[in-house]
Ligand binder design. Sequence first.
Ligand code: SDX
Length: 393
Amino acid sequence: TTGLVTLDPGFVNTAACSSEICFIDGDAGILRYRGYPIEQLAEKSTFIEVSYLLIYGELPNQTQLDEFTSKISRHTLLHEDLKRFFDGFPRDAHPMPVLSSAVSALSTFYQDSLWPFDQDHVEISTIRLLAKLPTIAAYAYKKSVGQPFLYPDNSLGLVENFLRMTFGFPAEPYEVDPDLARALDLLFILHADHEQNCSTSTVRLVGSSEANLFASISAGINALFGPLHGGANSAVLEMLERIRDDGGDVGDFVKRVKNKEEGVKLMGFGHRVYKNYDPRAAIIKKTADDILTRLGGDDSLLDLAKQLEEHALADDYFVERKLYPNVDFYTGLIYRAMGFPTKFFTVLFALGRLPGWIAHWREMMNDPATKIGRPRQVYTGHTERDYVAMSGR
Ligand code: SDX
């Protein structure tokens, strides 16, 4: 109570907007994209098909999927002047601000197609983003390791093209490992949308001012960068390595978490909505063993993660607070096994989340009723008072 009004906890959790895109039941641990259960999409679909589903609302038939794939493959190149942006970034720059800068800059190269109420503009901007973000991400990686950039090879699929531009070399042919591509495709599906999370709400809020799609997505990338949101997958790896380097005593680490030692959280655990096991984490955990065995990942860290989960799920502190593994708990181990450095994990999250962000922006532009309005506040400051001259302060 502030003397003005009693803050009702429910006030903080009022619904932000309506949407038809993604359904979550946090207590039951249910996640559906346009009504399709995530477990079925993970098993039967592909990332490009899920991207179509989220953006256009229905699973594509073969003609629609072929056309969508072909349109994307024709826009994977960056403008040569945009490619030169990478010369200016410091080599040790974190790739997330590089990504958000390059995406924001797209609106300077495509000034003729930014109007959010012109369907042709929205369509071409959608395709350009889906096609160019993997190229931008691969170039950010190449810049960080001082290697030459590879132009896209449009005979490859979206994920294969990204892997080739990231890990390939101009001097020799690069064969994309199909297991690697399938694993990354699955992780992108699992990250593709998640209702009104921090970054998606940011995309909707920025777009609600009629800012163009590139500007809105750039804002979403910046929101995702936060360690409590998209940065958690990197933070989980750093946490596991710290536990290992401190002697691998999981019980001791859990004790420090429960004592709320400064900055000691069980990263990859807990969720604003899931008060049950995150269904995405369950799918990833199931495949982590196969993927790590196949790709030769660091099993010691996977074993540590499993011990940590076992320990936490048997401890009342976590059970009472309904803290379960979320999507980030196991993903970092897989990304590491794929060969990505830790600071690129959040970039991979952004690549996966892109179709969800685009779908929400388009939904809001097409239906103002789904807009996040201007948030109001409960004022808890001073009541009215008169100005005090300097002599009286
Ligand atoms: C993502 O919204 C989305 O959908 C996000 C996402 C998506 O797909 O977009 O799912 C992706 O962001 C997943 C979350 C990734 N972040 C992390 O793993 C970081 C660690 N998690 C926490 O920061 C936290 O769990 C949140 C922010 C994710 C959720 O916090 P809640 O549920 O709002 O809980 P809270 O902050 O109000 O805390 C409730 C209690 C507190 O203890 P008490 O004060 O009651 O004693 O739970 C404790 C917290 O201290 N707690 C944790 C904890 N998370 C909450 N204690 C230890 N470790 C944790 N991770």
